[in-house]
Write a protein that binds this ligand. Sequence first.
Ligand code: G3P
Length: 217
Amino acid sequence: MKFFIDTANLDQIKEAEALGVLDGVTTNPSLMAKEGITGAANILNHYVAICDAVEGDVSAEVIATDFDGMIKEGEALATLHPQIVVKIPMIEDGVKALKYFAGKGIKTNCTLVFSAGQALLAAKAGATYVSPFIGRLDDVSTDGLNLIQEIRHIYDNYAFETQILAASVRHTMHVIDCAKIGADVMTGPLSSIKGLLNHPLTDIGLAKFLADYKKGN
Ligand code: G3P
């Protein structure tokens, strides 16, 4: 299972990278705005800074919602850095854009996916990644993990190569449940990754080992 961090915060990206378990980064316009990164030039520079800080794929989202605009923007994003994956919304022109980029060998991440039907379309169009937003489904009393299960089932039926990128992950149990189901990737905040470290018995056990060592030395 790949671990992506879902943030535009460079310090958090570097902290996750330093842990040695990071496989990539996802961003979106809201995450950029949260870090105070505004204006096209600043946003593009920030994508390059993120790519320079990590080794894996870095999703960069188009703002255009029409086919021509998405192609123009996506091609510009793809030339920024070899690690860039063009993030395309799950809308009609987005599906056409996914197909276009697949033909050009440009990696894509189909975002804002909330149903198995949308995920099927994204795979048919040749998306590299599909991003079902599990936390946002949970927010509206719909089981986000159930969607991951449905997509896994459908993709396995037909050996689709599109990778399931569980997005809108909020906490460690989302990560563990996605791993059990077989999501290819999860993207979440730093807390959802570092939280996996924690267990009180580890802390108690370590304190005891160290105390016992000191008794004999
Ligand atoms: O990866 C998608 C993500 O950025 C959305 O997360 O927590 O805003 O639902 P959230």
